[in-house]
Write a protein that binds this ligand. Sequence first.
Ligand code: ASP
Ligand code: MG
Length: 439
Amino acid sequence: MKVMKFGGTSVGKPERMKEVAQLITKDNDRKIVVLSALSGTTNALVEISNHLANGDRSSAKQVIEKLHDHYQNFIQELLVTDVARNQAKGIINEHFEFLHIILRISFSEALNKDILAQGELMSTKLFSAFLEENNIDHVLLPALEFMTIDANEEPQLGSIKIKLAQLLKKHSDKNILITQGYICKNARGEVDNLKRGGSDYTASLIAAASKSAVCEIWTDIDGMHNNDPRIVNKTVAIEQLSFDEAAELAYFGAKILHPTCIWPAQQENVPVKLLNTMQPEAAGTVITKEAGSVGVKAVAAKDGIIAIKIKSSRMLLAYGFLRKVFEVFEKYKTSIDMITTSEVAVSVTIDTDQFLPQIVKELEPFGTVDIEKEQTIVSIVGNEIAKTDYVLQKLFESLKEIPITMVSYGGSTHNITLLVPSSHKIKTLQLLNSGLFGL
Ligand code: ASP
Ligand code: MG
């Protein structure tokens, strides 16, 4: 068994969707194919929801109609026979009828989730129609029948395993099983989702639940790169990463993979491959348990970081001080990304200012609190970094002109994390590209 996940751009145009059909029929392996919504659809659905939440039905209606046109044209290009086209249009019309009905009922959070689910429901049905027209044997597995999250919005891997196994058994005569990314049922039994970009998460959960041989994530770039291609001139695809390295990169800014999507695959030790639909033969990036080679593999950056420094002479020789500080963050459900301490001060970073005033107010009794906003975390990720020749020396030498705010190293052997003012991010990434990678 293997899992193949295709993102919005991979199914966003009729010709791309046809390429996906080719990719999944290249071999006879049994596979679960996870699809995102057509590119732009989820954004449009969010827009519809927002208009409805603001009571602006006429704007919502406009977006619905525009989206409907898009799907009509898509079907026209995707399918050939009138029978298939009419059937597909009938299916899509049902979803748009639903969207028109919601224009008339009162908006709620549950309804919002129903609206957001329409994209993946439609993309999988269209793809199924295409396979059917081309006599490609397959079955549609409704994600809402097996993908569930608990009251804390955490996926229930145990029950997903059981339900998925039942479905796979029921369809044991099928080699190609198609399902929706992103959507799920919540603890109240309502339609919900795994948050934006969550189709990768679906794929990894399914790969873990079915103990697949591999979880392939197909996008339109050739794997994870060593640096941000939008910022530096030359980047290269990384051949191999460990789960920990990949999670670190995804969390700290590499856009290609959803940060939460590593742990399910890691738990069941299923290798994750990042592959390119435009260049299917390219090796892409393989993510496995083993770290593979030693050395620095990539850098990634995450903006919108706030640094908080708490300085207190009472911290000197005191125990329990850090616990009190951390309790404040816990109280406001705000997670800390970076920490550095000295004997009289502790600095932490957070990535949201939602509760910043409350947090600062509660920290003030401990000492002087300083805030630095508009910071960027630059994470340098690799394997056994310290054992690599001169890496720390090269790192700081290349960043001589950057006013680094914080440095964190030693938490693990696979990363060094720096905090820099966001205004210096571009320069930092460029200098590291030449300093560490010689690019
Ligand atoms: N369609 C959803 C989104 O755009 C989920 C995904 O594509 O991963 O966020
Ligand atoms: Mg995505």
